[in-house]
Design a binder for this molecule. Sequence first.
Ligand SMILES: Cc1ncc(COP(=O)(O)O)c(C=O)c1O
Length: 372
Amino acid sequence: MNAAPVSVPQASPGAACLAHKAAIDAAVARVLESGWYILGREGEAFEAEFAQWLGTARAVGCANGTDALALILRGLGIGPGDAVATVSHTAVATVAAIEMVGARAVLIDIDPVTFTMCPRDFAAALPRHLDLRAVIPVHLYGQAADLDAIIPPARARGLSVIEDCSQAHGASLGGRKLGTIGDAAAFSLYPTKPLAALGDGGVLATNAVELADRIAALRQYGWRERYVSDLVGVNSRLDELQAAILRARLPLLDAENARRGTIAAAYDLALSGTRFAPPARRANATHVFHQYVVRARDREASQAALRAQGIGTAVHYPVPVHLQPAYRGRIATGPAGCRETERAAREVLSLPMFPQLTNAQVETVCAALRSI
Ligand SMILES: Cc1ncc(COP(=O)(O)O)c(C=O)c1O
């Protein structure tokens, strides 16, 4: 098959890294020469700088975003016999983390406008699942879940609120940064994320200092003191190379998010009068557009038409978690099922989005959108 070459890729982790090559090279050289490669000064400095940027008392680095969620659950003592509510329209990692600690997931449907957890379905699920211990709202695509509506019923039932911020570094709700509103928050630092390592990485944040201390021990064999396992822990460390690279990139994040916002505004304009519905913004919130996602009823045809004009697209996510082969038939969904989740999986289409897109590339995408 001779597909047209893509002139505008949907994502480009390489472009993001090469844009900051000198700073990344310096970070790598510093670690190489330090002779210390796991849990050292770079990791400590990254945790302090990330916590300060976010506005939490503590941040703890770990191996990836899935582990960040699982470590928070472990730190809260959630495991076998417990249930955790989240959504099915997410990276499978959110659900995998719940099962990693031996808990079971209850998957709530989404609000069709924002693609995030439907607070009504969440509230309706509460009396049906008396083993629920926590809820993980996912701030999908860079936009806040409706925490103002989710947190009060969660608190009334004594549930912990864990924000999945893996796509929402720097986004906010009501003037508060996402990741500072619940009891704890997990961030993936995977290479395509708004804040990204050059490999796997994760960080979790909380204002609960005791919880952070417990998790810091859990991520390294339960050690509080070297070779003494106070707790049954795991190995989930952020290495010094990734920490140093993340330190180089963190100061650029706010400007990069602003660039994503500029690109999103250009797409919004181009979409008016077309058959695509542009993404809705929650009122009183800042969307950081990790992904710019439209609904397209004829998704395959739209993808092909854009591809013919050299525009790459992606689908986040084509199969809801509760319909994946590994989960199908054995995972609880909300009281009304996951109808909106399943419709979203058929219709969502992610347009090119990364801060290094040039104005010319953005205009190419806009012209293609107007033309189909
Ligand atoms: C919403 C969400 N949660 C969790 C994760 C897991 O992160 P990681 O791939 O770093 O384990 C991701 C990343 O893919 C994600 O997008």
